[in-house]
Design a protein around this ligand. Sequence first.
Ligand SMILES: [Zn+2]
Length: 360
Amino acid sequence: MQSRDGGPVTPLGNGSRTATGCVYDPVFLRHSLLGHPERPERLSAVVVALEEAGLWHLLQQVPARPATTEELTSVHPVSYIERVKALGRAGGGHLDPDTYMNRHSYAAAVRAAGGLIDLTLAVSAGQLQNGFGLVRPPGHHAMRTQPMGFCIFNNLALAARAVQRRGDLERLAIVDFDVHHGNGTQDVFAADPMILYISTHQYPHFPGTGRLDECGAGEGAAALVNLPLPAGVGDAGFRALYSEIVLPVLERFQPQLILVSAGYDGHWADPLAGLSLSLAGYVWLSRILTESAERLCEGKIVFTLEGGYDLEVLGAGVANSIKVMLGRSDFSDPLGEARQREPDLTPLIAAAKQLHRLSG
Ligand SMILES: [Zn+2]
């Protein structure tokens, strides 16, 4: 196993309960299609930002080994896996109009999943304090039987299933602050009462799902919270949503591990969407989630990279989130706040409180 620059990496066996882990592999940069917004430069910008901030060497590298077929089939059927593998073997092509593959994509996708599984298992077992999956392709739009929205395998769903199958916890929460609804993650867990999924996302917007009243099925109904947001919602709106809905729901659920679908495409400068978070707003989100993990589940939290299409935002945003995980406060916000008024979320928050039986 080699590091990004070819040197040896520290094996996970030397992990420390106080360490922050990360998953990265150069194969993630080989998944590419000229002109596509989900491009290798996204992840390169993150690595450069981490190196320039002096953070890279502080992270415990977890090798990105390929996920096994057994692991992949915990979420995706064999027929789906075979379809993806066959397209990769044939040199690539489109799985759907948005979701491409080249000849390296299958290797990247299975290593993104396998690496995130191992990082998550290590945090869950207390071998690492917390971690960030610096992976591509992203995962939260990947449904059980359908690739979608740049996503091939649902990395985070596979990691959640791996922890669940190992049997060392009963309740796991997924918080998704990507600007897009994680329809794939919802598809996997909507009927599972042991896995809470909370998503804030611009609506209406791609992929078109995530209405307030999409509340899961059967026993899983209490463990699915969708907060659809009008364009323009930014730092103030997110503070209100998290304080009044997200945190109380987490407190009530009492997760033993928190997984975060971390998309930085809710920033005002992002070219693909219309929310108005600033980098300072993302610091606040990262901090409030990390503090929740400390209060609820011994600090066990794993972020994984989903979207984010402005390279400066993505690099600084991930570096700031990792600083939060490391307990630092030297954050960077070269872009500043959005210059527009935020929409009033009072009616949405009141409706969400009523629907999810939150007092106050
Ligand atoms: Zn997104």
